[in-house]
Design a protein around this ligand. Structure first.
Ligand code: ADP
Ligand code: MG
Length: 229
């Protein structure tokens, strides 16, 4: 699903150049669940933004579902983001004045999807929040806000979900609840890439990519939990 070759991103701030991502090469198959780890500033969010077509690389190749991302027009990129990718962020990124339901409907309004209300209701139901549809973000707990954000991410039935430290603002027990939802989505076939600082969260994945100084320094397949011992 994802093929990345020597992907690099350099930010230029005045005269200073920051090499945030340096020649990353890897691929991710459909249906994988990958955790991305590494110290602060190691380039994880930069890589997620590139994979999510929110930003373009300085050099290198990114192919998503066999399409060359660097040759796409802004409209084509917006279309891919809207239809194929769901985003979940650390601080939820919900519209504060809109209800849970309206937040979830948002991606559908851009795409002018018929049955938006029905689909949004189903998405809220899938994250266990059908009874909170009318609540505004400030009337919800942190865990509930993140579930609204996940409902918004899945409402278009994306093939890929990118989650950048989705449990970073949540306590451990609530974080585990969120991971249950991600695990279920992955079992249903969604490809999942998740950035985390926490080893316990990363252990939900089946593969861990470690970054440092903009480089991938380790790429490990985790053992399945062995039920015989
Ligand atoms: P991480 O998510 O692993 O903490 P980032 O990808 O956010 O790392 O950042 C990688 C490096 O790129 C850091 O040195 C950061 O300061 C720099 N950086 C990130 N975004 C920008 C930006 N928009 N402009 C300039 N520098 C940036
Ligand atoms: Mg980051």
């Amino acid at each position: 699903m994802i093929e990345v070759q020597r992907l690099s991103k350099t930010y230029t701030l005045g005269k200073v150049e920051v090499r945030a991502l340096a020649e990353a090469t890897f691929s991710i198959a459909a249906g994988e669940f990958v955790a991305m780890m590494g110290p602060s500033g190691s380039g994880k969010s930069t890589l997620m933004n590139l994979l999510g077509c929110l930003d373009l690389p300085t050099s290198g190749v990114y192919r998503l579902e066999d399409r060359d991302i660097q040759s796409m027009t802004p409209n084509q990129l917006a279309d891919i983001r809207n239809k194929r990718i769901g985003f979940v962020f650390q601080n939820f990124n919900l519209l504060p004045r809109a209800s849970a339901m309206e937040n979830v409907e948002l991606p559908l309004l851009y795409g002018r999807v018929p049955d938006a209300i029905k689909l949004a209701r189903e998405a809220l139901d899938r994250v266990g929040l059908a009874d909170r549809a009318k609540h505004k973000p400030n009337e919800l707990s942190g865990g509930e806000r993140q579930r609204v954000a996940i409902a918004r991410a899945i409402v278009n039935n994306p093939a890929l979900i990118l989650a950048d430290e989705p449990t970073g603002n949540l306590d451990t027990a609530i974080g585990e609840e969120i991971m249950k939802i991600f695990n279920r989505l992955n079992r249903e076939g969604v490809t999942l890439i998740l950035v985390t600082h926490e080893r316990e969260i990363a252990e939900h994945a089946r593969r861990v990519i470690q970054m440092r100084d903009g480089k991938i320094i380790e790429d490990t397949v985790l053992q399945e939990a062995d039920s015989s011992c």
